[in-house]
Design a protein around this ligand. Structure first.
Ligand SMILES: *Cc1c(COP(=O)(O)O)cnc(C)c1O
Length: 391
């Protein structure tokens, strides 16, 4: 099926002259891989979110892996997260030889439920080596409760903040509440470097470990007595590390995007304001319940009230596509994915809130380049499909 000419894509990155010039400058400099530009990106990112250490990596997935590794997560231990997330959050647990212990989400936020966390820790606490809450869509999890419960059991927390940039909860940025926070710069995320990510922490020990492990386990501060430590060719391999560094080419795009991050957020907020104005009060559609300013609005996830309609979510999404509007579904819960179903024997109904939310949710476009006219057309089309198939 071909797309109409005026198709509104679900997502488009917002890049301009600043990014183009930054990339050209790095290209012409003769130094393409990790160097001064990546270091500056880290410094500016750390000060932007308000942490001591920021470590640039080639993806948020790499960052999550390094985070678990730095915490010393043991094979055969359990790492708690929710099934309502992207594949990355759980696969990194398997990289460590550990097993995900899924717990269900809260119905209205899609975020890991602190009550479910408390129950899980009460029963399995001694086998659990970390907790990974995910700030779904850009709405921060209840971090104070999550941190209090985890601290009671002495279990470290990593925030999957891939969607939550930039957003404050009180005085602190999402991603900076826990031992570690991870941001994504994948092409569709709030800011992008094409592919990339950032790990943030206030802990010196974790920062040192991640710095070494993200680049082949090489430590330039270790030397032995046979070699001249002032030689610039000198290094020591102290671990079997990974190849997870971010290039200067990518970092240069990140620096330009970081300067625009607040502006991007206010543009997304404007779109959301219009969605709320145009779509509230419809009894076949539930809008996200969140404070406009307490959300990064990476995604705008709405829910269908299926009892009010003669078509289901899949059909509604297909109708929107027919009308030239790109929408998406976030997320197919991991516990119903073949790998996790087979390995852990999960049944669909094991996480009823995740399953129910998945079945009725879809995401409308929300990105800086989306025009007011396009937003109006999306609103009108949603309303029109809703009334055409109203029960
Ligand atoms: C995109 C995403 C990731 C992974 O990000 P990459 O940079 O692509 O590795 C992790 N968690 C969530 C929730 C995501 O949406």
């Amino acid at each position: 099926m071909s797309r109409p000419i005026n198709f509104i894509p679900f997502y488009k990155p917002h890049l301009g002259r600043e990014e183009e010039e930054a990339v050209l400058k790095v290209m012409r400099s003769g130094w393409l891989t990790t160097g001064k530009v990546a270091a500056r990106f880290e410094e500016e990112f750390a000060s932007f979110v308000g942490v001591k250490h920021a470590l640039a990596v080639n993806s948020a997935t790499s960052g999550l892996h390094l985070g678990l590794e730095s915490l010393g997560v043991k094979s055969n231990s359990l790492v708690i997260t929710s099934p309502y997330t992207f594949a990355s959050t759980a696969e990194v647990i398997r990289y460590m030889g550990a097993d995900p212990l899924f717990i269900d989400i809260e119905e209205d936020t899609y975020n890991l439920s602190p009550h479910a966390l408390e129950r899980a820790l009460r029963v399995k606490g001694k086998y659990v080596s970390a907790v990974i809450p995910v700030h779904i869509a850009g709405l921060p999890c209840k971090m104070e409760a999550i941190m209090a419960i985890s601290e009671e059991y002495g279990i470290p927390v990593i925030e999957d903040s891939a969607h939550a940039f930039p957003v404050k909860m009180g005085k602190r940025m999402a991603g900076t509440f826990a031992e570690l926070g991870i941001y994504s710069f994948y092409a569709t995320k709030p800011i992008t470097t094409g592919e990339g990510g950032m790990v943030v922490t206030n802990r010196e020990d974790l920062s040192c470990r991640i710095r070494v492990m993200r680049l082949h386990g090489i430590d330039r501060d270790v030397w032995d007595r046979y070699t001249d430590p002032s030689a610039d060719w000198y290094y020591q391999v102290v671990e079997a590390g990974y190849k997870y560094n971010l290039s200067d080419l990518a970092a240069s795009i990140g620096l330009a995007q970081l300067k625009k991050a607040k502006n991007f957020l206010s543009m997304r907020r404007n779109i959301v304001k219009n969605y709320i104005k145009g779509l509230s009060g419809l009894d076949f559609l539930k809008l996200p319940k969140a404070d406009l300013n307490g959300h990064a609005w990476h995604l705008f996830i709405v829910k269908l009230v299926e009892t009010k309609l003669t078509i289901n979510r899949n059909e509604f999404v297909a109708k929107l596509k027919e009308e030239g509007i790109g929408v998406s579904v976030h997320y197919i819960p991991l516990h119903i994915m073949p790998y996790y179903r087979k390995r852990y024997g999960y049944r669909e109904e094991d996480f009823p809130v995740s399953l129910r939310n998945f079945k009725v949710s879809f995401s409308l476009p929300v990105y800086p380049g989306l025009t007011g006219e396009q937003v109006d057309r999306i609103i009108a089309t949603v309303k029109q499909i809703g009334s055409r198939f109203y029960r």
